[in-house]
Ligand binder design. Structure first.
Ligand code: DGL
Length: 270
């Protein structure tokens, strides 16, 4: 069991923010990643559709005999929150680790969440943060243009389009008491440099992919499920549409050549 892979899925590139950290903190683990690039974005879709897509994504990963599944997607974690109950392996979404990190980081008690429309409309993060600390003042903003920007490779903080879109969503949070902002969609850390620049250095950004990777390590340790392999783990990448764009943006983000590393699969078979 220990040496089986960790399965990670997202609607597209976003879950790589978790993979990047998993590779650092659990270098010997095998990882199977699925990015549903043929059906991205999830965040503008109905609850029924998101639940159906998430179940198919998990089924695909189970077909690879994984020991654990990470929904590295704020939208799935918010809308299809009961997915884990139907799975035969350990499961985590991104909400708990991210909300806890935010509640621990804030000094002013004023925090904000940036997420997809589905995530923000569910108020999942807000409810959880208020449960963790009822004194928190929580603000929310959906940013539906961020995922298409990232999926199309627009992440450069000097790009005028990137700067304008970010300004549109986050300018309201500048020069307020808000000192901590959750990047509640796993795609958003790919825009972290640009978002950080727009908000200034006094605002701390919480990366949901990063926090979830750290939480996963803790979970696997508790369950005695850490691989005992002492060689570098193997990482497999699957997508549901043409791999080219995924490989280009993923390569830039992970800092290595990803050419010909992703395999296209038909997710409708799952
Ligand atoms: N990375 C997904 C999330 O965390 C993106 C959702 C989408 O495809 O809109 O919410």
């Amino acid at each position: 069991m220990k040496n089986k892979a960790i399965g990670v899925f997202d609607s597209g590139l976003g879950g790589l923010t978790a993979v990047k950290e998993l590779v650092k903190c659990l270098p010997c683990e095998n990882i199977v990643y699925f990015g549903d690039t043929g059906r991205v974005p999830y965040g503008t879709r109905s609850k029924e559709t998101i639940i159906k897509y998430a179940a198919q994504d998990a089924k695909f990963l189970l077909s690879h005999n994984v020991k654990m599944i990470i929904a590295a997607c704020g939208t799935v974690s918010s809308v299809a929150s009961s997915l884990g109950e139907s799975l035969p392996v350990k499961f985590t979404g991104v909400l708990e680790p991210t909300a806890l990190a935010c509640a621990n980081a804030t000094q002013s008690g004023h925090v904000a969440i940036l997420g997809t429309s589905a995530t923000i409309n569910s108020h999942s993060y807000k409810k959880l943060l208020e449960k963790i600390n009822p004194d928190l003042k929580v603000y929310e903003q959906d940013c539906p243009l961020f995922v298409p920007l990232v999926e199309n490779g627009f992440t450069d903080k000097n790009d005028i389009i990137v700067r304008s879109v970010i300004e549109r969503y986050v300018s309201q949070f500048k020069d307020t008491q808000i000192d901590t902002i959750i990047l509640g969609c796993t795609h958003y850390p790919l825009l972290k440099a640009a978002i950080g620049e727009a908000l200034g250095e006094n605002v701390k950004l919480i990366d949901s992919g990063y926090e979830t990777a750290l939480y996963t390590k803790k979970l696997l340790e508790e369950q005695n499920l850490i691989s005992d392999r002492n060689t570098e783990g193997v990482r497999e990448f699957y997508v549901s549409d043409t791999p080219h764009n995924f490989e280009v943006v993923a390569g830039r983000f992970l800092g290595k050549d990803m050419k010909s590393t992703a395999t296209r699969i038909d997710i409708e078979n799952y």
